[in-house]
Ligand binder design. Structure first.
Ligand code: PMP
Ligand code: GLN
Length: 388
């Protein structure tokens, strides 16, 4: 693991703290989740939900996850055997990869790649095969799946596909056609797909999140992973879950029990109740974030960046080349001094020489999961780039 230093998120948050810059780097909201959720967790602490919960998770959360998967995605799951609670999506993904990939097996991932994937593939002794999401030629700024690259990434050693949609950092929501290509190759190569859907409810405009497990023939080979962090603005609670066919969930459970065994006892019943919040909660969440996306986009455009329109997540990718900056990493290190703002270089999500490294090298990811006042302050500060 020597090649893995401190994560880019930790580095950039520390930089923001040191310099007093507005932190639009690490993705965490600056307001907490729904009041009922917070009250339910406090109540759970007061009423004795403080010891080890069952290894698979609190029964009401297992039920609630199954119910959520049915309500939003039409998936039928047995909460007793097809759902597992994990310490955030991070542990769910880690346990799935460690359970299913043997040393030398190949794991197909999208690049830019969320940072924990490469680390956990290395922990498993498996081999990463990256497929690029690249800015589409249509001028919309959408990052599209490289379908030729996808086909080329599958080999006889492919064991797993680790998919992320809505995608961090590009904001891409994979289309049904892109998902169908992944599904066809997974079936052809008899691979299991682990889908990271932590941004499933942060989807904008006409985009729709389609879980891969809902495609024909995919439920039997897909593990869907999500968590409470983004949906309920409680990233520090680390309540996640994995769902899918019983034999695959059992394999993940076997590994998970020796990673953390259990976690977040009082938060689990609170999240269970929050998952059952009405449709208006989920609608307002997406609408409010979409409004803040537009606010930040306008500020970035006014400051002179080229900016795409993310259809999901709470991240927007900006290109500083019109402002004369060609290297996103150097630009991010200088940005606190240039404008009093912190972002994250997209290059940090790409391997040296990886298929998306060239195209994304100059780009910077900014988060809009912050209050209006913070976003407006950041936008105001960024105007210094144009003046400077
Ligand atoms: N996957 C992606 C794509 C993420 O962006 C994040 C966190 N922001 C995670 C997983 C981790 O989720 P959790 O905090 O629930 O472990
Ligand atoms: N997922 C968050 C992001 O992309 C950060 C999580 C972390 O710091 N590990 O910003």
């Amino acid at each position: 693991m020597r090649r893995f230093g401190p994560t880019i998120f930790a580095e950039m948050s520390a930089l923001a703290q040191r310099t007093g810059a507005v932190n639009l780097g690490q993705g965490f909201p600056d307001t907490d989740g729904p009041a009922s959720l917070l009250a339910d967790a406090a109540e759970a602490i007061r009423t004795g939900r403080n010891q080890y919960p069952p290894g698979v998770g609190a029964p009401e959360l297992l039920e609630a996850v199954a119910e959520h998967q049915h309500r939003f995605h039409g998936l039928e799951l047995d909460p007793a055997t097809q759902v597992l609670v994990t310490a955030g999506a991070t542990e769910g993904i880690a346990a799935a990869v460690l359970a299913l990939a043997e040393p030398g097996d190949e794991v197909v991932v999208l690049e830019p790649t969320y940072d924990s994937y490469a680390a956990v593939i290395a922990l498993a002794g498996a081999v990463q095969r990256s497929v690029a999401l690249l800015p589409a030629a249509d001028g919309t700024g959408r990052f599209a799946l490289d379908l030729d690259g996808l086909r080329a990434a599958f080999t006889p050693r492919t064991r797993l596909v680790l998919l992320n949609t809505p995608h961090n950092p590009t904001g891409t929501v994979l289309t049904p056609a892109e998902l169908a290509s992944v599904a066809a190759l997974a079936v052809e190569h008899d691979a299991v797909v682990v889908t990271d859907e932590v941004y499933e409810h942060l989807v904008f405009d006409e985009a729709r999140h389609v879980p891969l497990a809902t495609l024909p023939g995919m439920a039997e080979r897909t593990l869907s992973v999500s968590s409470a962090g983004k949906t309920f603005s409680v990233t520090g609670w680390k309540v996640g879950w994995v769902s899918g066919p019983a034999h695959l969930v059992a394999a993940v459970r076997t590994v998970k029990q020796f990673l953390t065994y259990v976690n977040a006892a009082p938060f689990q019943p609170a999240v269970a109740r929050a998952l059952a919040l009405g449709d208006d909660f989920y609608r307002d969440l997406a609408a409010d974030l979409q409004r803040r996306r537009d606010l930040l986009r306008e500020g970035l455009l006014a400051a002179g960046f080229d900016v795409g329109t993310p259809r999901g997540t709470y991240f927007v990718v900006a290109d500083p080349r019109p402002l004369g900056h060609e290297d996103g990493t150097a630009f991010c290190r200088a940005l606190p001094e240039l404008a009093g703002v912190v972002g994250v270089p997209v290059a940090a999500f790409c391997a040296d020489g990886g298929p998306a490294a060239g195209a994304t090298g100059p780009l910077v990811r900014f988060t809009f999961c912050k209050s209006d006042a913070v976003l407006l302050e950041a936008c105001e500060r960024l105007q210094a780039l144009r003046r400077g």
